[in-house]
Design a protein around this ligand. Structure first.
Ligand code: TXA
Ligand code: MG
Length: 341
């Protein structure tokens, strides 16, 4: 299969969005830009189309997909909002949609089981990327779209990265530029509480724990096992092909004789303890100088993909502090490290 890339240019992205809608209407799949990472889209109500997503990604069927809506008004088409959590769901969607927050809610029957891997719940979000929203609006139906990488690999944050992952596997990639968030959406489940509802973070992401605290008691689902609550939060996720090493202390890194190492550095600063520890074959810096977590998040998968391709034996990653977006970055680093150990 030949993979065509259609550019969603600044002035004329509607043509590209229209091309994507045509493919989706015909039961096909297409890679689409979102503000977090690129998604691999199918009509969520078309089980056969969704099956193609699993096939192209080589994704195991027990790992459910996220359903994207054109706007919050479509929520009831795919999910049931239980009365006891309705107020908090309303507040969360009002505050964070469109945007990188995914809610796990009881699913409607209209959503095929293949989308949710047979779970009674469905993960839903509204992307704020205008091309993605135009596609969802144009199709007029919910869109199932996991990240557009092959299973267990690095999420794509540019059309070029999608091409590396999916060339020859899908008919069309919509190039909407680089993703503005760079990390996958925050996924939460909500439970009613006597005083305040509980917001359980199943996957940390751009909407931070700190931001969510205004809306309920925030707990982190720390479980990272082979059969986790959010099946896709498998331990070995986001893994580069090159082993990724993560240490508690810079001193813990002891290079092996004859091996070449790359460094994934947060600020590119010697005082963080890693830069001068070794004669690195290559250094990727996430946020040069001061170190801004938002910038680091945007560049994270891009930098990881670059280091993965540079032919070293291993990548050493500097940890970042676990506040705000730092939690989401550390979550990805831990999974990447676990993937190869
Ligand atoms: O930012 C994002 O969320 C991107 C863009 C494309 O929207 N999508 C994304 O999809 O990251 P994916 O498939 O790579 O990750 C979705 C994860 C699954 O791996 C799974 O863990 C979780 O969402 N998920 C989906 N449905 C769920 C459900 N019913 N209950 C719990 N977790 C669910
Ligand atoms: Mg993914």
């Amino acid at each position: 299969m030949q993979t065509r890339v259609e550019r969603a240019d600044f002035e004329d992205w509607r043509t590209a969005a229209g091309e994507a809608v045509k493919v989706l209407q015909a039961g096909g799949i297409v890679a689409v830009p979102t503000e977090t990472v690129y998604g691999l889209a199918a009509d969520a109500f078309n089980a056969e189309a969704v099956a193609k997503v699993f096939e192209a990604k080589e994704r195991p069927s027990f790992d459910p997909l996220i359903v994207h809506l054109a706007d919050g008004g479509q929520l009831e088409r795919v999910a049931v909002v239980p009365e006891d959590i309705e107020p908090v769901v309303r507040k969360l969607t009002a505050n964070f949609w469109p945007g990188p927050l995914t809610l796990v809610l009881p699913k409607r029957e209209a959503v095929p089981d293949i989308v949710t891997s047979g779970l009674p719940t469905v993960a839903v979000r509204v992307s704020k990327h205008e091309v993605m929203r135009a596609i969802a609006k144009g199709l007029g139906r919910p869109i199932a779209a996991p990240s557009a990488n092959r299973f267990g690999r690095i999420s794509p944050t540019s059309a070029a990265a999608v091409q590396q992952e999916m060339d020859g596997r899908i008919p069309l990639i919509i190039d909407g530029g680089a993703c503005s968030e760079g990390l996958e959406s925050t996924i939460v489940a909500i439970e009613p509480g006597e005083k305040r509802p509980t917001i359980r973070i199943l996957r940390p992401g751009p909407v931070t724990r700190e931001e969510l605290r205004r809306f309920g008691r925030v707990v982190k689902s720390g479980r990272v096992t082979a059969k986790p609550e959010a099946p896709g939060t498998l331990e070995a996720h986001y893994a580069p092909a090159t082993p990724l090493l993560l240490f508690d202390q810079p001193e813990d890194f002891v290079p092996e004789e004859g091996k070449r190492y790359a460094l994934l550095s947060y600020r590119g600063e010697a005082r963080d303890g890693y830069l001068h520890r070794h004669d690195w074959a290559r250094v990727g810096v996430l946020s040069p100088g001061k170190g801004k977590l938002a910038e680091a998040a945007i560049r994270f998968f891009f930098a990881l993909r670059d280091l993965d391709a540079c032919g070293v034996d291993a990548i050493v990653a500097e940890p970042v502090s676990e506040v705000g977006l730092g939690s989401a970055i550390m979550d990805r680093l831990r999974r990447a490290a676990a993937g190869r150990s």
